[in-house]
Design a protein. Structure first.
Length: 525
């Protein structure tokens, strides 16, 4: 190689001081506090996520991880291939760390503590994880992950609960299967996928998620999965109420729910007939009898049959007073406003209107209005999953692996949500706060006298509080095991799950299933 070629390929900082396969020798570094000696340790018995030791104990005590791994149909033919424990363990800690791309897995590959806690030798590379499910049978893989998700939450479904259905858009930038241009409010014109999800919002759990092409945002594409999901379960696991936004207030969705005997509350689009009804009620101020509907809203009940509807249905028209809109005013914030009609009534007062449709008979309008307002928590759940977890990432060329990772992320999110319930009680803690508090902390592993120790150090301002919370969780799990051993039976996960939501979250578990008429007062989940 000539001198010119060497100069072109040489690093601007010159040749490395030592062997690049090893850390450099101890050296001096100048700081404002004076010079310090810096040395890099070859023995990597440390981790940046030491408090996750307690989460691993949670997976061990509950049997969730062992079942997840043992039933996984992932197989390899090469003797040099990684084990499924290593693949799934890498995915677990990558998702818990908040990663969005397979390339981010590199950040945890050299962890010297976490792999040992799962009983594996090491974490695997991003390429190994990405290709792991590439040639697996789609039906078998889907049946496996669906079974794991169902067993996580099914014990809670024996109590009255509300099913939220919603969809969100995942913008794509590569060449992915079924990447289509459709409704995309954040990146108009960009190809995307659509996530149609079923949520148990009050308990902050994801029940199911389907990935569709970007031009299939309509609720009609979600309905087959919703109906099949319900029909695959005993009636005692069905929701007391089905709830959705304007995308779900369609004839097909309502007729499907009515055929199955399901109560529902949906918001209606501001179509011509709906707007005419609002205008009519606004003009007849003294005759309509508006009643208090909570949180500054008033409501009145009416009957409506839109074009295409098979029958006349009950609607609840809501309104709340707003300031007089300025002529030609434009939205100045990035936050999207809810769809609504703003009309001046006979007294010169301006109101914003919204319309709900329901088959929930003999129920006060206040209860219906409040139940729909509670649906706002579903939007918060979507925001957390998209911005703080890996729902917006882990994209692959084929749709099967994208959907699989969406469901694995949802499953790990459910595990973490249940685990943090024991620390935060009835208040759900988002990952942006629970990760620094309950995950981040330097752990050092030492071995002496055939005994392994892990010492954890945290720089969090509430580190002592977090340590006591995690120790309390560990003691609670040990007590459950001791009780089971005394009775000589294994404590099943459903019992542990119901105890978690009863003892820590304060949810009341009634002895009998409450009828839909009383769901507003009795739904805890």
């Amino acid at each position: 190689m000539s001198a010119i070629e060497r100069r072109k390929t040489a690093h601007p900082l010159g040749e490395p001081i030592g062997d690049p396969k090893h850390f450099p020798e101890p050296h001096r570094v100048e700081t404002f506090g004076g010079p310090v000696q810096v040395s890099w340790e070859e023995d990597n018995g440390v981790s940046l996520h030491g408090p996750l030791t307690y989460f691993v104990e949670f997976l061990v005590r509950t049997g969730l991880w062992r079942k997840f791994v043992d039933e996984c149909p992932l197989t390899y033919s090469s003797p040099n291939a990684p084990s499924k424990e290593e693949i799934l363990g890498t995915i677990l800690f990558s998702v818990l760390s908040g990663h969005r791309r397979y390339a981010h897995i590199t950040a945890v590959r050299s962890d010297g503590v976490l792999p040992g806690l799962l009983g594996i030798q090491q974490f695997r590379s991003e390429d190994s994880v990405r290709r792991a499910f590439q040639h697996q049978d789609e039906f078998t893989i889907t049946a496996w992950i669906d079974k794991q998700m169902a067993e996580t939450f099914e014990a809670l479904l024996e109590q009255p609960w509300i099913l939220d259905v919603d969809a969100t858009v995942k913008t794509l930038y590569g060449k992915q299967e079924e990447a289509r241009v459709g409704y995309n409010p954040h990146k108009p014109g960009r190809p995307s996928h659509v996530y149609h999800a079923m949520l148990l919002t009050a308990a902050r759990l994801v029940l199911n998620v389907d990935v569709h092409p970007g031009n299939q945002t309509a609720s009609a594409y979600a309905q087959p999965t919703v109906w099949e999901w319900l029909k695959a379960r005993d009636r005692k696991y069905w929701p007391a109420l089905l709830r959705g936004d304007i995308a779900y207030g369609t004839e097909e969705m309502m007729a499907g729910a009515e055929e199955l005997g399901l109560r529902y509350v949906f918001r209606l689009k501001q179509s011509k007939r709906v707007t005419e009804l609002i205008a009519k009620l606004a003009r007849k101020e003294s005759e309509t009898g508006w009643r208090h509907a909570g949180q500054g809203w008033e409501a009145v009940e009416a009957e409506l049959q839109l074009q295409g509807w098979s029958l006349q249905r009950r609607v609840v028209v809501q309104r709340r007073q707003v300031a007089q809109p300025e002529a030609g005013a434009k939205q100045t914030t990035a936050q999207l406003t809810l769809p609504g009609t703003i009309i001046e009534n006979a007294d010169g007062v301006w109101y914003e209107y919204g319309v709900l449709v329901t088959n929930w008979e003999q129920t006060e309008m206040l209860a219906i209005a409040q139940v729909y307002r509670d649906r706002g928590d579903a939007e918060n759940l979507f925001d957390e999953l998209k911005n703080q977890w890996g729902w917006t990432g882990f994209a692959t060329a084929d749709l099967m692996r994208s959907q699989l990772m969406a469901r694995i992320v949802a499953l790990i999110f459910n595990w973490w949500s249940i685990f943090t319930r024991m620390a935060t009680g009835g208040k759900h803690g988002e990952a942006i706060t629970t990760r620094p508090l309950l995950q981040h902390g330097v752990a050092r592993r030492t071995r002496h006298a055939n005994q392994e120790r892990i010492s954890i150090g945290s720089v969090h301002a509430k580190a002592k509080k977090a340590a006591h919370l995690l120790a309390r969780i560990s003691a609670w799990l040990r007590q459950r095991k001791a009780d089971a051993e005394q009775l000589r039976v294994a404590t099943p996960w459903p019992e542990i799950l119901t105890r978690i939501y009863r003892d820590f979250a304060g949810f009341a578990f009634a002895a009998e299933r409450v009828t839909p008429v009383g769901v507003a007062a009795n739904c805890r989940i």
